[in-house]
Design a protein around this ligand. Structure first.
Ligand SMILES: Cc1ncc(COP(=O)(O)O)c(C=O)c1O
Length: 405
């Protein structure tokens, strides 16, 4: 793959920080956006902008068609049908939609919700709130001492009381790829619904809801080259029938009288108010960008980069990488702690070298606590990163050691 050519698509990567080429390794927080996506959004606003599903004038019809075409493209990316993909602002909103619209209606006292200690707060706090509201019990699956998903503990927590299993596909800290196929199979056996948080994975590993029959899937548009403020949540068609509405107002109704309202049918029922049409068009263009490159090639490239960075970081004394060592079960990221040096200090020195990484608890406080640390530093890759970027990271880390030790 010609990484230099791919980089040409991302104008921001031409920036210099402290006179050095920007090395952007914070893709798990948000990705950069290619020209193709930026152009699609500009084109929409310059030529077609209007509100959707309301007007009968030409622009409104065009905008509505473009919005629904975007829905087809984004749904297709995860193997879903267009009437199963709801546009939301971010993965967090997608998960909350499921917690409120499905959870509040279907979870009762005595039921159990199973999640893991690996989760981003976005896939933990909504279940804490739901269990407090309903009286259901929240079961949190542990990790091994290496920070890897503990399938034995998962099996021990599954029972006929389990109504929902909510797990991440790829950890945003350890990079671990969880065995979601097996998790789904086991969960279905006890009759539980399954939600997968694919915020870190859909764009790097792919996810097909026809292959892994989950009920709900959340993706994060801004982490997959789309603008911020647009994402999708897959809601299996049959499960939609068991769902209440999420937010109420315009756009999601069929009929309203003074005292009551009837809901629209299909995905519109979950999209109250004016949607982010330009964002949806940008997200569809981002999907096309991934499809042109091919998810297999993206995965292969990031796997090689991860292997290279594990080897190179392994050479640094006093640095401990968190999570699995095998790249087969690890996505494109590496997270570490450095003896005697705070994660924020590491990130600050790296920034002065033009290397952008993330430090802190990465919205996974329970996982950090379980691993006995308060903070860590993370480098996360995408298709425009290469081995030179990893070398720059390693050089930066040598400087960190010089400054602090
Ligand atoms: C695994 C995981 N889930 C959920 C989220 C939340 O995503 P968003 O910021 O799109 O709500 C993130 C964001 O970092 C994440 O890494």
């Amino acid at each position: 793959m010609d990484i230099q050519k791919i980089r040409q698509d991302f104008p921001i990567l031409k920036r210099k920080i402290e006179g050095k080429r920007l090395v952007y390794l914070d893709n798990a927080a948000t990705s950069q956006k290619p020209r193709q996506v930026i152009r699609a959004i500009t084109d929409y606003y310059e030529k077609h902008n209007a509100n959707v599903h309301r007007g009968i004038h030409r622009l409104s019809e065009e905008a509505s068609e473009m919005y629904e075409e975007a829905r087809r493209v984004v749904a297709g990316f995860v193997g879903a049908k267009e009437d199963e993909m709801v546009f939301v602002r971010n993965a967090t909103e997608g998960i909350n939609l499921v917690a409120y619209a499905w959870g509040l209606k279907n979870i009762k006292k005595g039921d159990e919700i199973v999640t893991t200690v690996i989760e981003h707060h976005a896939n933990l706090v909504p279940w804490q709130k739901l269990s407090k509201k309903t009286g259901a019990k929240l079961q949190v699956v542990d990790v091994t001492d290496e920070g890897v998903f503990d399938i034995k503990d998962f099996k021990s927590k599954l029972s006929s009381r389990t109504k929902l299993v909510a797990v991440v596909h790829m950890s945003n800290v350890t990079g671990e790829i969880l065995p979601v196929k097996e998790i789904t199979k086991l969960s279905k056996r006890v009759g539980a619904k399954v939600l997968v948080d694919a915020a870190q994975s859909a764009q790097h590993l792919g996810f097909d809801v026809r292959e892994i029959q989950v009920d709900f899937l959340a993706i994060a548009g801004h982490k997959m080259m789309a603008p911020m403020g647009i994402s999708g949540v897959y809601l299996k068609k049959e499960v939609q029938l068991e769902m209440d509405v999420f937010m109420t107002g315009g756009g999601m109704i069929r009929e309203v009288s003074k005292q009551s309202a009837k809901w629209a049918k299909g995905v519109e029922k979950f999209e109250a108010g004016t949607p982010n049409v330009g964002g949806a068009i940008g997200l569809a263009e981002a999907v096309r960008y991934h499809e042109r490159l091919g998810l297999d090639r993206i995965r292969q490239h990031e796997k090689e980069l991860t292997k290279y960075s594990l080897d190179r970081l392994g050479e640094i004394r006093g640095l401990k990488v968190i999570g699995p060592k095998e790249v087969e079960i690890r996505g494109g990221m590496v997270t570490w702690v450095m003896e005697g040096i705070h994660a924020h200090d590491v990130a600050q020195v790296l920034d002065s070298e033009g290397v952008a990484v993330r430090s802190g608890h990465h919205c996974t406080m329970p996982l950090h606590e379980r691993l006995g640390i308060t903070a860590s530093t993370r480098a996360s890759f995408y298709i425009y990163n290469d081995k030179d970027d990893v070398d720059r990271l390693v050089e930066g880390l040598e400087k960190v050691k010089k400054v602090f030790i």
